[in-house]
Write a protein that binds this ligand. Structure first.
Ligand code: NAP
Length: 273
């Protein structure tokens, strides 16, 4: 049996939690496999992907700053093409197949918490890379998606991109739109970095309510102020480690065709947070 090699390309990748999370899956299933991190020079990403294919590497995750560059080097699935970013490459086909499991992982994180997105009104705070994956995913399932961002023009531009092929009604605006939107919403996602450096929240507690399901993309710390505030009003809370976990779970499933050992991966991830 040949050893399987998976990995991550990004720059930097030194603090990645993916190696322990994926290697826990290999241990749990008795797979002869390794997960290795690579930090190519940003000018060498094309050579890195071609080299990985030539070396017989089975699969790569892709992180900042390469998610957009890799899109043009692989055959992306529909969701990755619409988002314009690839975070998972499967080298079992030629050309290699590209996926965006950040997006698919958000869906799985809600499913895992028995939160149904069908027919819901969602608010996404933020308009960067994480918000993009979240907004495209929610727009495939929810009735409405509103993107609110500190820089309103970026929210409007993201909403326009998402609206193109979405069944959902998609709007965008500044953070001043939150008081109108959040009290009526079913789903709230923080996809800004607020809450990471300092104990701050992008959404005032007075706007939160018990019928909300709140996902915070921030995973360090795991218990952000937003999640603590949301729990205090009786909302369902989903921390950022679930989003991180399920992007890895979906990547594992694309690469191996097997169900991922979710509990083992979750335990390994949380042990390293
Ligand atoms: P990004 O592209 O740099 O976007 C940052 C976003 O945060 C922008 O919308 C920015 O607004 C907003 N922002 C930053 N500081 C702010 C402040 N003080 N007040 C209000 N808004 C502020 O970053 P990203 O890659 O999307 O990552 C965002 C967060 O998601 C990070 O904490 C990251 O760790 C997390 N993340 C988690 C996962 C996961 O799997 N759990 C995956 C990806 C990312 P402007 O546009 O106005 O600057």
């Amino acid at each position: 049996m040949t050893m399987h090699v998976f990995g991550l390309i990004g720059n930097p990748v030194g603090h990645s939690l993916s190696p322990p999370m994926h290697e826990a899956a290999y241990d749990e299933l008795g797979m002869d496999a390794r997960y290795v991190t690579f930090e190519p020079d940003p000018d060498d990403v094309e050579a890195a992907v071609e080299g990985a294919a030539a070396l017989g590497i089975d699969g790569l995750n892709v992180t900042i700053p390469f998610k957009r560059d890799v899109l043009g080097l692989v055959d992306p699935d529909d969701l990755a093409a619409r988002i314009g970013a690839v975070n998972t490459v499967d080298f079992s086909t030629s050309p290699p197949r590209g996926y965006n499991t950040d997006a698919a992982g958000v869906r799985r994180a809600f499913d895992h918490h028995d939160v149904s997105l069908a027919g819901t009104d969602a608010v996404v705070v933020g308009a960067g890379g994480a918000a993009r994956a979240v907004a495209f995913t929610l727009a495939d399932a929810c009735d409405t998606v509103h993107v609110a961002n500190r820089t309103a023009a970026k929210a409007e531009s993201l909403a326009a991109d998402v609206r193109e092929d979405a069944a959902a009604t998609v709007t965008g605006g500044g953070l001043d739109t939150l008081p109108d939107r959040v009290p009526e919403a079913d789903i709230l996602v923080n996809a800004t970095s607020v809450g990471m450096e300092e104990d701050e929240t992008p959404v005032r507690t007075a706007l939160l309510h018990g019928d909300l399901a709140v996902l915070d993309a921030v995973y360090a710390p795991v218990q952000t102020r937003l999640l603590r505030d949301a729990a205090s009003v009786g909302a369902t809370t989903i921390d950022g480690a679930w989003m991180l976990l399920f992007q890895g779970v979906v990547a594992f499933e694309h690469w191996t065709g097997r169900d991922a050992p979710v509990d083992a991966m979750n335990a390994a991830l949380r042990a390293h947070l």
